[in-house]
Ligand binder design. Structure first.
Ligand code: FAD
Length: 460
């Protein structure tokens, strides 16, 4: 250990400091693999107080700190690349309090999303932030990225569910924000500065979330269709008639990879270019007459070419797995991944423009689309062609970024819908944010983190 690291032992125990390069690689990296990881150590604080001491120590020694949650991020936000100290939040893992009357749960930031869901469920409530990485992602990471997920259409993003935050800023100040209040008109909402801030203003150390009653039973329809215009028409029809929990879409090659990965047969007798999965709230467990009627009328109008209504909870899980397992099934192909959003009404035009652009330059590449269509959030994945090495492919991907993001700008969309900016999208942030907005971000950064020690080089 070097001499500055030695002084960490004034406030951390030996088992809370690790300098082994393997540990640094493990804790200093998210799901992306675009950047070389370089860190001097990883530390494991147990409490807000230890994090506060750590920040004051880092200011004194001018050493960068990288907040590391469940490391499921997809924009290299939790990657240590500048010889920083990685701060793993995994030992801040206590569920502190459940308040039945307020319907809130107070947790340390390192509690996983799934544990929050389970704790809510044990008390008869529901925490609706949900996505495939929930078993590993932390609640603090969800706040830092304003995570969305599968049911944003019905419940909104993490932002809607946070009612209190404890934060240690890059100044070393401890802020106890909003304290679980439902109403608070005492000036601008400082809590919102930290939601989606990807660890550049402060460490989220405790989060109080609101809970709601579990949804009534749901019906799940899986439908196949020929074209994107039909997709949007179906979305409008179902949305206007039902309370939708989710409206997810995926292209045929996405389904194909899931089926290959799981060695399963297609649920449809024939291939179609696109599929959508729709989850509808329903007061009874029986199929709703109205749902079937609308489905049949879409079939009759040829908007839907084929479809299946899940008959029981196992089939519901199976249908969801076609959507939820896409990321995992694509990961062996080291895909180029992007997560963008446009207004829902612009989705077909945007997809057509993107497909045309990509075809012009990358004719033979496999482009896989899926996403949370009801939120205008699309995940673009391009699979690595066999003839390119990983490095050659990454180089090519750097050239795809501007093509994608300039098209997003044309449609006034967001270059990141829910995965954040991190390192991967930082060079393109100006395509979604005006110079005036970026000026405010930088001013906030220099206030909250005057020495630039928090997640250096990320976002702005
Ligand atoms: C298979 C898969 C599916 C996914 N699906 C979705 C999806 O549907 N919707 C969605 O929104 N995301 C999705 N994600 C992305 C990811 O899971 C979310 O962004 C998640 O919220 C990240 O949480 P984490 O704890 O893993 O954060 P990390 O990856 O560890 O960190 C993310 C960022 O937050 C910062 N950070 C982490 N913890 C703290 C803290 N306590 N205080 C301050 N800063 C902190 C990090 O420095 C980094 O900048 C998916 C990821 C995978 C791998």
């Amino acid at each position: 250990m070097n001499s500055s690291l030695d002084s960490l032992s004034y406030f951390l125990q030996a088992d809370q400091i690790k300098t082994d390069p393997k540990e640094c690689l493990f804790y200093g990296k998210d799901w992306t693999s675009y950047f070389d990881i370089q860190a001097q150590a990883v530390v494991f604080p147990h409490s807000t107080e230890e994090i506060q001491k750590l920040v004051l120590w880092a200011r004194q020694h001018k050493i960068g700190l990288v907040p590391s949650g469940g490391r499921t991020g997809l924009s290299s936000g939790a990657c240590a690349t500048q010889n920083e100290i990685i701060v793993s939040m995994e030992r801040l893992s206590h569920i502190i309090n459940f308040n039945a009357l307020d319907q809130t749960l107070l947790c340390q930031a390192g509690v996983t999303t799934e544990r929050v869901q389970e704790a809510a469920s044990k008390k008869g409530f529901f925490f609706p932030i949900d996505f495939a990485a929930k078993g590993s992602s932390h609640l603090g990471g969800n706040v830092a990225t304003n995570a969305g997920g599968l049911r944003v259409l019905r419940y909104g993003t993490t932002r809607q569910w946070v009612c209190g935050l404890k934060v240690v800023t890059g100044r070393g100040d401890l802020l106890n924000l909003n304290k679980g209040l439902v109403k608070n008109a005492t000036g601008p909402d400082l809590m919102s500065h930290f939601i989606g801030s990807e660890g550049i203003f402060g460490f989220v150390t405790e989060v109080e979330v609101k809970l709601c009653l579990p949804p009534s039973s749901t019906q799940i329809l899986l439908c196949a269709l020929e074209d994107l215009d039909s997709l949007m028409e179906c979305y409008q029809k179902f949305k206007n008639n039902f309370t939708l929990q989710a409206f997810e879409f995926f292209s045929d090659n996405a389904l194909e990879k899931v089926l290959q990965n799981k060695n399963q047969k297609s649920p449809f007798s024939k291939k179609y270019p696109y599929y959508f999965l729709i989850e509808v709230e329903s007061p009874t467990k029986e199929p709703q007459e109205e749902l079937l009627t609308l489905f049949e009328s879409c079939l009759h109008l040829s908007l839907i070419k084929d479809g299946l209504l899940a008959e029981n909870s196992d089939q519901q899980k199976l249908f969801w797995s076609y959507r939820e397992q896409i990321s995992e099934s694509l990961s062996p192909y080291f895909p180029y991944k992007n997560d963008i959003s446009v207004r829902v009404s612009q989705v077909p035009a945007f997809l057509k423009a993107m497909e045309q652009t990509l075809k012009q330059s990358y004719k033979d590449w496999t482009v896989v689309w899926f996403g949370h269509l009801g939120d205008g959030n699309l995940h673009l994945n391009i699979l690595r062609p066999h003839h390119l090495s990983k490095e050659e492919f990454f180089q090519c991907c750097r050239q795809i970024d501007p093509l994608v993001f300039h098209t997003v700008k044309q449609f006034q969309g967001a270059i990141s819908a829910e995965h954040g900016v991190g390192l991967t999208k930082k060079p393109f942030l100006h395509l979604s944010r005006s110079p005036e907005e970026l000026h405010i971000f930088r001013a906030m950064k220099s206030y909250y983190d005057p020495d630039g020690i928090l997640n250096p080089g990320k976002v702005v």
